[in-house]
Design a protein around this ligand. Sequence first.
Ligand code: HEM
Length: 585
Amino acid sequence: MGTSTLASSTPAAAPPRRLARGRAPRVSPTQGGTRGGRDSRVVAGAADPSASLPQALLDAVSKKFEDDVKGVTSLFEETPATYPRPPTLPVAGNTLDIAQGGHEILLEWALEYGNNPAGVHEVQMLGQTILHVVDPKIARELMVAKSNEFPDRGVSAMAKFFREDQAAFVNTSGEQWMAYRKMGTASVNGSALDRLAGKVAERSEALAHAWRRKAEAAGRLGGDGALALEIDMDTATQAVTLEVIHEALFSETLDVIDEEPDAVALARSFRRFNEANQDLLNDFLQLYQRFDTPDAHRRETHRARLRAHFDARADAREALIARTGNAKDAPQDLLTALLSARDPATGARLTRDDVNLTLTEMMVAGHDTTAATVACLLTLLAANPETLHRAMREVDAACDALGGRLPSTVKEVAELTFLDDAMKEAMRLYPAVMIVVRKADDGVGGELGEGRVRIPEGAGMWISPYVMGRLPHLWGGDADDTRAFRPERFEAFRAEGAKEPEAFMPFGGGPRVCLGSRFAMLEGKVTAAAILRDFDLELTPELAGKLAESKGELPISYAAGLMSFPEPLRLVATARAASAASDAR
Ligand code: HEM
């Protein structure tokens, strides 16, 4: 990618147009003609850009082939260990351990192999050396101070070989990433955030009303005659976060909560698309993604449905912009930013595929993550009644001060400090993303911690927010306390004037830190507040039994790296007696 500065007629910067979905390196016509200089026809063609294209293509294809071959041959190379590492299998290395043991095995390895002066241990993944960073200082240096040396998440050569590169900006770097990042950031921060706060309050309130209506219709009575019903928390919170992210991207309300049929069908497709993606990612070597397996077919069916939904909105928005003649008169959301972005050098627009892909990435990144976090938060509160009641008292006081309504601006939500502590504590124990990944640019190595850690060429680096949140020596040394849900620990950090501890990193860090972190925190607290204002929560007897067996550990998994729930987190929600706040409504 060149170094030209990005300019745009829209508030957001324009991304350079991507070539062939970013798979082939960008090769300029002159490069294509002069490189090698072996073929006089090609050199002569340099004067005519179109005539030099075949050489450019050839270069791009041969580079891709080299990369792919490197990816496959590296499988069979035995790499000597520089840092401690768990026993490996030939070829697979530790891939099967990770596939089977997930987050738990990573924590075990950190405890067993990570306690060394470098603060890292090795993992072998299909021929690639990964350094799992266990020391939070080294992790911060990697993500923040040395972010220019390790700018990229890096998709392994194997992954590139076996599957389509489907990334707008989550797996890119450089100018392309920066331009997308600016547009994405503007869509969920700044002035957009207050507008979205109001929307979250409105839709969370709609969810609480829907529960009450359902309980009334079912005639379900709690012990003391109160209305009560059993709720699958993840599905419930997903409805709110899907509606809200849809609003953020398209400025359009999607009514999943009140079960508008088209909205429900879209939500279902989105869920199935994600599930199929996870199943595909879990296929050994991701090999089958190249073929039309039932999973691949399922994913394509649902992707087509999502694409049709996005295309219809893009068509309507383009027509609106054409009518008014000015993108500034259209809603200032991500869709308008993407449609009006122009390559500063060529004036080219983004392709529809790129627009679709970016919207899909933002929906995936900004919807399931927050929903799963709020589901964990509410379940942990239900499992800890004293903490639950403290959170309820805070919510009641905040609503009373607002004449009964929910906090619905950034400033009002900031008053919910205990809920903030509780959400952070939930994310310490159950971060939505299992691993943050970094890779040195162009496969070069590097060093961290003033030479304490030497990074071999081509190595990837993992930082696990899950592991960081659970290493007792980083959280006061007491193993039982580290496993316990205790929001007061974050209250203490605040009271001491300390920032959150270095080991707390559920949103990653540095320039690539989650761009939706403020939005996610706000959304999580408002959604929880709406539920706690109107309902008391308890574990179902089945879930209570499971938690007793697992010493309080919630049943989670990290299929494809994002937290999900193998079984639904079911809670009993009992309508609260009218409070001063609800009287005022
Ligand atoms: C509790 C909810 C969430 C959690 C725990 C979370 C976590 C993360 C993490 C760990 C990363 C990688 C950061 C890094 O590499 O340093 C990330 C990246 C990202 N997140 Fe989030 N996220 C959440 C919600 C959201 C929301 C609501 C949005 C958007 C509306 C969002 C959009 C993104 C995007 C676009 C990236 C890629 C950023 C880049 O590459 O520059 N996330 N998130």
